[in-house]
Design a protein around this ligand. Structure first.
Ligand code: DI6
Ligand code: FE
Length: 398
């Protein structure tokens, strides 16, 4: 691992209030960690001998983190896109056996190599925008074999790219056609979670709490199983309607409640008390022509941390741009560009339970994005433009 001294940069540290900007800054890296950060003029003599990289006054931010994706999946859903444009709703397509279940059929039919190869172009699009940590969910298998295959495929991405993958078991994503929901949860989903955990394939546990998926009581059984294994939980909650998932997630001290368009002020209070992050997914809101925006004002008032993620999946959010996600968060949900940047860094890390990244500070991982922009707000401002100059992963440019 090379040590390095980055000089002549503007630093958006996100450490402290606002962007935490440092002008004419320097950042020292040893063994993949940030060892010093501050104004160049204050650089201690013992760091001055490190190999220097002059960044030409470019902006450095923490590397983006995509904290909610369904990157591993078989097939595509372009036909469903056409049907929705002709007026069919997401829920109608799901009830007719399309939607998530059509991706389940395609994923069951794909071997591990095929799943990995299909995921790489989506992943590479994220890497091209500086992303250094990606969460990947299972949930398109809904049988033991395919759920495990998805998680193994997700883990394999780490050996093929310079990226940290966080895996989430989403067995409770939809009920497979061959089961009823209660039998599925108790006889398939929970036993599969045990097997996947024993293989070291699970970092967190998720579910889809919704009229077209699982009830709070069913999700609670999955969460109890997660708790017994000492695994953190998160939940797709209040995406299409209000079913009580957010309150349930807060009761289990979930890392995050995701989507949350239909969450209420009470839900925001419960999330704040539990420290549960709201993961906003504007790509799904946009794709599904949703009109109910998440309760941003209540989240702000209660001090709920808001993260932003792509929800990259073939159905409700075929989005693999973290920059466009920031722009959508601002334009569709009226986040400030500062909230959007925090949403893909500091708060995205919190949504994954990671405390060693998402800010620029001594001791944290040197996962960095160097941008050809002057001001951080430019990252959320432009549409379809990628100003990334360089990505640093674990202390090295790549
Ligand atoms: N909500 C979503 O937005 C994704 N999963 C979920 O529970 C969509 C999954 C899909 O449509 O394939
Ligand atoms: Fe999702």
């Amino acid at each position: 691992m090379t040590d390095a001294l980055l000089i002549n940069a503007r630093l958006a540290t996100l450490d402290g209030p606002g962007y935490g900007l440092i002008e004419r800054g320097a950042l020292a890296i040893t063994d993949g960690r940030i060892t010093w950060i501050g104004a160049s003029a204050d650089l201690p003599a013992d760091h001055a001998a490190l190999p220097r990289h002059d960044l030409g006054e470019r902006l450095i931010t923490p590397a983006p983190i995509d904290c909610h994706t369904h990157l591993i999946h078989g097939g595509d859903r372009a036909r469903e896109f056409e049907l929705r444009l002709q007026g069919a709703s997401y829920a109608e397509i799901a009830r007719a056996g399309g939607g998530i279940l059509s991706t389940v059929a395609a994923t069951r039919a794909a071997d591990e190599d095929t799943l990995v190869a299909a995921a790489l172009p989506w992943l590479d699009a994220l890497l091209a925008e500086g992303v250094a940590t990606v969460e990947v969910k299972s949930g398109y298998g809904l049988d033991p074999e395919t759920e495990l295959r998805m998680l193994r495929a997700a883990r394999r991405l780490e050996s093929l790219r310079q990226i940290r993958i966080v895996t989430t078991f989403l067995g409770a994503h939809a009920c497979p056609p061959e089961n009823d929901p209660d039998t599925y949860v108790d006889s398939i989903c929970i036993p599969t979670l045990h097997t996947a955990h024993a293989e070291g394939l699970v970092d967190a546990v998720d579910g889809f709490c919704e009229g077209i998926a699982f009830t709070p009581a069913q999700i609670a059984r999955v969460f109890d199983a997660a708790r017994a294994l000492d695994l953190p939980v998160k939940l797709h909650a209040e995406q299409l309607s209000h079913t009580g998932g957010t309150a349930l997630a807060a009761r289990y001290n979930a890392l995050s409640a995701d989507h949350v368009e239909y969450a209420t002020e009470d839900d925001a209070r419960a999330m704040a008390a539990a420290g549960t992050v709201a993961v906003l997914l504007p790509g799904a809101f946009y794709t599904l022509h949703e009109t109910q925006a998440p309760p941003i004002a209540a989240f702000r008032a209660q001090g709920v941390r808001m993260a932003l993620a792509t929800d990259c999946n073939p159905g409700s959010s075929p989005l693999s741009s973290i920059l466009l996600t920031m722009n959508m968060g601002c334009t569709l949900f009226r986040l400030t560009p500062e909230e959007a940047l925090r949403g893909i860094t500091t708060h995205a890390a919190a949504a994954l339970g990671l405390t060693d990244r998402g800010r620029l500070a001594p001791g944290l991982r040197a996962d960095l994005a160097v941008w050809n922009v002057e001001n951080p707000a430019e990252l959320a401002w432009r549409i379809g433009f990628n100003p990334l100059h360089q990505r640093w992963f674990n202390g090295a440019p790549c």
